[in-house]
Design a protein around this ligand. Sequence first.
Ligand code: HEM
Length: 405
Amino acid sequence: MTAAARPRIYDPFDAGFQADPYPAYRVLRDDDPVHRHDDPPFWALSRFEDIWRAVRDNASFSSEQGLTFYPDEIGTLGLAPTIVMLDPPRHTRLRSLIAKGFTPHRVMSMEPDIRAFVRARLDAITERAAGGEPVDLHREFSSPIPTFVLAELFDLPGGDRGRFDPWVRALTAIQDGGFDLEAMDAKDAVAEMFGYFSELITARRANPGDDMISVLTQAELDGERLTDWDILGFCFVLVAGGNDTTGNLISHGVMLLDSDHRQREMVAADKDLIPGALLEFLRLEGSVQGLARTTLKPVRIHGVEIPEGQKVMMLYGSANRDEREFGPDADLLDVTRTISRHLGFSSGVHFCIGSHLARLQARIAFEELLARHPHVGVDLDRSERLRSAFTRGWVHLPATGLDGA
Ligand code: HEM
């Protein structure tokens, strides 16, 4: 798209906006930081400081009406509210219980298995590239990694693992399509997934192992235990929120490094740069571009009053490029940038509980990928982006520069 054709108006449904939302975000930040959208009715915050404060202020901004700008999304899905759609104090208790199944120790212990899986994926794509076959970086490398990790966390039997992919695709489609369940197999996929996990939870209660579901069935706080429904909701959030987000971080990172080969060389030569580079990738191309809260009381920001009961989009993707926070080069990739705070994983009570797991996976992916294929890049002309008002990612992203290709 030429610079002149870039949409400068924030329209979350517009394909041009979704392809390149950054010019419109800049206009919002500079001219209309408390933006009112008419249809559907909602507000949008776009500056870093405003969003940082809002997501840390649960007394004013609630998650309980859901995270999109659509009304009654929870009812439409037929779900009980999951952790990400609760406010304190219920959220605090649930999160403490869930944290018992999500300790840094548990996450770090997965490193050898993740590395072995990543190497096996690399063997497969290297062989295909050497045979002259096209390789889809997103589908064949980035995206399978988090799916494998979730299956490991849940300790799913090998034969069941292939069922994840269709569920994830359906759940993403539901979120991105605005919870329009008509003409979609999505409802069936959700029902199937719930049935599968319900049986798994019953089995693990009866016969616990050391996987995350077993730990959650045993977790106790002040005599309170998680119900099957709580655990089911958590599995749903992990499959819907922990999978595609991580795969897209990896794919975006490869795309960004391909835009500046000097920085790609630096990262390939010094793997200690990778953890910082990952934050920079997430800052520039966040997998989660925006999620909503609902006002619990009237809120005044920059002289504009948002009444009670209004949906307010937190445009994380805009905040993370705000020059007021990141300086005049906020739009540029700098893998050595010092990032003291960012909103790629949100902030406050809902700060992503899987952030250390996402970063572990992405770190291993880049360590192994750049060691094997230091010139890896992507073919944007043949790529296909995910269409979404809330997330940013890929359907297809062909790889280039694979050694042997
Ligand atoms: C790069 C990858 C990821 C990104 C960008 C990401 C982003 C986010 C964001 C922005 C939120 C806050 C939602 C809100 O504002 O309401 C969140 C929450 C959450 N994330 Fe992630 N996430 C990632 C990976 C993961 C992984 C790997 C898992 C687990 C396997 C995970 C599990 C969760 C859960 C359970 C919550 C809800 C926490 C709460 O409500 O207390 N995420 N994530």
